[in-house]
Design a binder for this molecule. Sequence first.
Ligand code: HEM
Length: 221
Amino acid sequence: MTTDQVAEPFSRGLRMAIEDGHARAQGSVFVEALVEGRLNLAGYTALASQHYFIYTALEAAGEAMAEHPVAGRFVVDGLRRVPALADDLAELIGPDWRDRVEQRPSTAAYVARLTEVAAVSPTAFVAHHYTRYLGDIAGGQVVRAQLRSQHGFTDAGARFYDFSAIAPVPTFRKRYRELLDTAPWSAAERAEVIAEAGTAFDHNVAVLTDLAADLPTFRAA
Ligand code: HEM
């Protein structure tokens, strides 16, 4: 698809552009095992641990972008996931979780990319912001329901998926799409957002593939 073929409004064009990446992430072996209740707690803990490293980098980039006239509009306090992940990991791993949490090589590569581009490029920042937060707000709710029914987590352990601070979610999503649609980006800048969102999806798929290699250890009893 060339830049002038991106569907309008931009939020729709972006959504269409990520369809393939989304199908790969949602249909990955690890995500399927997770939502079908075939993962034990160690499996979920491994995923939450990767989220911790990814969101630490994303939210550091958010702080760097907070004053930017366009990208800064996307930075919302209620979205912050690092405090929730810290609570979840303390519950899942224990009070010494900071010494025990393990970062996968695929996560280190994702974090390196995020750190390299998202703190300096507003379009790259929005691409990474969109890929993670909108995904966790939508598909994350399926994971949240699974954690509740399979492991009984209603609070600490599954706080990562609690987006009540930005409720009501449909209003938040509508507002987010408006931000995408009204950002004063040129066609080239819109293409940059789309391309970087594709890169973000590739990194997410790589992390999920990395985790899937340990599925035999993560199999629920
Ligand atoms: C449990 C697996 C998943 C399920 C069930 C799922 C489901 C969904 C659904 C139903 C939507 C549409 C929400 C709406 O239209 O309001 C959505 C949107 C989205 N998902 Fe996922 N998803 C999953 C995994 C992921 C993953 C792993 C990522 C990337 C890390 C991701 C990124 C996104 C993004 C960026 C959107 C926003 C699309 C847009 O509205 O512009 N999803 N997801």
